[in-house]
Every structure is written in C-alpha cells, then in structure tokens.
Design a protein around this ligand. Structure first.
Ligand code: HEC
Length: 460
C-alpha cells in the first residue's frame, strides 16, 4: 500500500514454508521478514523500516491483512499512524514514518502469547504455544485462518471506530511424525495432518463447534478496546464498508447481507442473498444516485478445507453474482433451489482396515480442497456423495489417471500407489455411511420436512 503522507510503500508479509518452525528453520531465529510490515521508498525500493508482529512463526500468522493509515490523537498530539489487525489476534499501531511501535493489544481471545513487550511490540510467548519446539499437541487460538483474514476492515472518521470482521477458528498443531517429509502433490506444512481437524465423534464435534465464532467488532484504535460488537452465527463473514451516512454493510457466511447502525450496531436491514458472502461491499454514485454493491459468493480456505465446520452459520452453497442495492431498488432474486444437492445413499460395504489407512492419505492429499474428514461444505464436490466412490476403476480414473485435470482436479498416480488411492475410496465409503443419516436430517424444506434423498445406483 502507498501512503502519500509518509511517501512510503508498506509491504505486508506472509508466512514461511513449511509452517513448522523447527523443520523450516531448525527452531532458531526470528525469521525476518515473515509476519511483518516492511516500509520501502517508492522510487527505489530501498528499505526504510520494518515491524515484525510474529517472530518465530509456526502458526501461519501472516501479516498480509490490510494496512491502513489514520490520523489519530495520542497524548494530545495528532499522529499519522499505520494500523493493522493481522492473523495473530493483536491490533498494532505504528508511527507511519518511522515504524516506531506505539501500541498493541489483543482484539480477540488468544492463547499463544501473554501480551506484547511494551517497548518493542514483540510477543511474550507462552511456552506451551511453541508447539514445534516442545513437541506437544497444541490447540491454538487463533489457528492458521487467523483472528482476522482477508476480509477488509473499515474505519469511519465520523465515529473514529474501526469495524473489524473477526473470528475464532481453533486448530490442532502437531509436528509431522518422524520429522519433515515432503509428499509430492500434497500441502507440505510439517504438520501431522490427521490432528488438524475434527474427528467424527459427537462429543468432539460439539466441543469444537462451540469454539467457532464470528463477530463484527467496533474497535477504538486509540483506547485499544472493543466498544461494542455483533455476534454472528459462525466464522468467515464478509468484509465491511462504513459510509458517511453512519451505516455499515456486511455480507455473512449464511448468505445474509446486512446494514447496521455504525454508532451502535443496531441491525437496520437484511437481504437473503442465497449464498455465503466473503467479499467487501463498495458504494458509488451515478447521476447523483447512490448504490451499494457486493460480490456474492462462498469460498476461500475455510469452507474448502474445513468440511463440516464450514457450515457453522448454516447450510450454504456457492452462487457467484454481483448484487447491487439502491434506496428505490425493486429487483428480486429467482426462487432458490431447495437446499442444493442431497446425499446419495452410499454402498454399504467397505474394508475397515483399508479405510483406516485411507484416512492418512485423505488428510494428506485431499482434505485441503475436499474438506476435513471427508466432508465438503458447499464449494467443491463432497466426495461422500460422489458417484465415483461406487466403483474402484471410476475412482482411479479420476484420482489416479486425472480424468478431471482440466477442471482443477489433479492426478495422483505420480504420488500414490493404486492401493493407496483405493484406500481413500474405502475411507470415503466409511465416512459416507457414518454421516449419511445426519446429512439427510440436516436438509429440510421451509416447512421443516426432510427432503427425499436420492437412492444411489447399486455398486457393481
Ligand atoms: C487442489 C484442489 C484439489 C485437491 C487437492 C483434490 N481435489 Fe478432487 N477435485 C477438485 C476439483 C476442483 C474437482 C471438481 C472438478 C469438476 O468440476 O469436475 C474435484 C473433483 C473430484 C472428484 C469427482 C467428484 C464428482 O463426483 O464430481 C473426485 C472423486 C475427487 N475429486 C477426488 C479427490 C481425491 C481422492 C483427492 C485426494 C487424493 C482429491 N480429489 C484432491 C479439486 C481437488
């Protein structure tokens, strides 16, 4: 981002790979400039200053979230500052010209640091949070999806508040068994991928789901405190727009588009957009008439990789379109399909031992796109209901030989043996049987009557 006042370009820097600090960096060093803001001169690219929010990163705490400049009073004096709410859960205020750390405070609950050094802004680590060094399992808050992700925050110079779309999505961190080993065609993080997500036991499920949160914070950047907040149903809601009329617009994971009062959060308007929304709204005027527009669409790493957890706010699928609003608008959306696709009754038989092996293969190679623990959440195909799992050859044609590579589905015969690919199929049939009835029950029409599931073609 370029700031004409300080005449600097601020680079917001991401993470390192693999995420595992011990495997990436032998567990030593701050790892400059990961998780940092770096200021450079626009003409030459010459380094001017940097501030590293997350030293020794091992949680995927990127600092790529939006960098904003503000003019705010500090100790009776107006200061031109840079503010940012990176993934790590702390809100930072720096001098825009020099990068001097002015203040920082956690804007959500977090469990990895007990605070920030008041002079340097460096995190004060809790030893148990340094999971790569102590070798223990770590239930991290925030997780790699951060307390704030790419969804833009907004500042109103009228209320002097920042409107921050925050969330809580915990994550299970654990060193990869036997040290770092790259699996070609997989996401190589140095993590034990079977520990990251959600097992299918009812207790584990409800405990974890309770920890998923989504909120819109009205944050005072000078006092460093939340003035009020709106609790949403779950995480991964859209970016925020603040207008001169003291309105806030935000789309939500459950497909609702809202206008709130920027002074107190009162809910003033709601529109059912029929698809989760993650993008930020914009406003513009044409011939004196003001419009608000938002790109509707559900996606990103939360629904893609988190599976069942991606549905915390309700059942949604992705419909991509642009919705435009004006005060006198009368357009209506066509009626929605009744809850999209339905589960297909899975084949009854599978090999339990093979299915157990398939869990590791699935989490290592497939989870990132098709969802944790074999469940999709509305963006890419949910493999439990795929016709391809009904037959070994059909499955191998897609997964091994790459029948769908033109559509973004990679081929895996370069990284797995046929029997390993078959173990994934066994695992998916097992997961389909375990979750079929729950998924059928979850899909009800407007009157609460369960929709009729499709009875699958018998496996050959
Ligand atoms: C990089 C993302 C990505 C990864 C990783 C991935 N897939 Fe896919 N997969 C896709 C996409 C995208 C499609 C949809 C292609 C289309 O539109 O036809 C797909 C489709 C499929 C289908 C067809 C589903 C249907 O009935 O239409 C199967 C089966 C499948 N994937 C299995 C797997 C398995 C098994 C793995 C792990 C070995 C895997 N995929 C890993 C992206 C991915």
């Amino acid at each position: 981002m370029y700031d004409p006042v300080s005449d600097l370009v601020y680079l917001a820097v991401g993470n390192g790979s693999p995420w595992n600090y011990k495997y990436r960096s032998e567990g030593i060093g701050n790892n400059l400039f990961l998780g940092s803001i770096v200021a450079v001169k626009p003409e030459t690219g010459e380094y001017v200053w940097h501030f590293q929010a997350t030293t020794m990163d091992q949680w995927d705490y990127t600092s790529v979230q939006q960098v904003m400049t503000l003019d705010v009073p500090i100790n009776g004096e107006m200061r031109h500052v840079v503010v940012q709410a990176p993934k790590n859960g702390f809100f930072y205020m720096l001098d825009a010209k020099t990068g001097e750390f002015l203040a920082g405070k956690n804007y959500v609950y977090e469990n990895w640091a007990s605070g920030l050094d008041p002079l340097t802004g460096r995190p004060i680590y809790k030893p148990e949070g340094l999971w790569t060094l102590n070798g223990n399992f770590w239930y991290g808050i925030p997780g790699p999806l951060g307390a704030h992700n790419f969804m833009s925050m907004a500042y109103s110079p009228k209320t002097h508040l920042i409107y921050l779309p925050a969330h809580q999505i915990p994550f299970g961190y654990q060193n990869q068994v036997g040290g770092f080993k790259a699996h070609p065609d997989a996401w190589n993080l140095g993590l034990d991928m079977t520990k990251t997500g959600l097992p299918d036991s009812a207790e584990a499920r409800s405990a974890y789901l309770k920890d998923l949160k989504g909120e819109l914070l009205a944050w005072d950047p000078v006092k460093m405190e939340t003035v009020w907040k709106i609790d949403h149903k779950g995480p991964w809601n859209g970016g925020v727009l603040a207008t001169g009329g003291d309105l806030l617009f935000q789309g939500l994971a459950n497909g609702e588009f809202h206008a709130y009062d920027a002074t107190n959060g009162a809910d003033l308007y709601k529109f059912d957009a029929q698809s989760g929304i993650i993008a930020p709204p914009i406003t513009y005027s044409v011939n004196g008439k003001q419009y608000v527009a938002v790109e509707v669409g559900w996606g990103g790493i939360y629904p893609i990789s988190m599976g069942a957890m991606g549905r915390t706010s309700g059942w949604t699928v992705n419909h991509s379109y642009v919705a435009v609003f004006s005060l006198d608008g009368t357009a209506k959306l066509p009626a929605m399909n009744e809850l999209g696709f339905l589960p297909v009754k899975p084949p009854a038989e599978y090999d339990t031992k093979e299915a157990a092996k398939g869990y590791f293969q699935y989490q290592t190679y497939c989870q990132t796109c098709h969802g944790d623990n074999g469940e999709g959440s509305g963006v890419l195909p949910d493999l439990r209901w795929s016709g391809a799992i009904r037959h070994e050859d059909a499955f191998y044609n897609v997964v091994g030989r790459g029948a769908l590579t033109a559509y973004g589905m990679d081929r895996f015969d370069t990284s797995m043996k046929p029997e390993e690919i078959e173990s994934i199929r066994q695992y998916l049939i097992k997961r389909a049987n375990e979750s079929y009835q729950r998924e059928v029950d979850a899909r009800k029409n407007d009157q609460g009557v369960p929709l009729t599931p499709v009875v699958g073609i018998p496996p050959q």
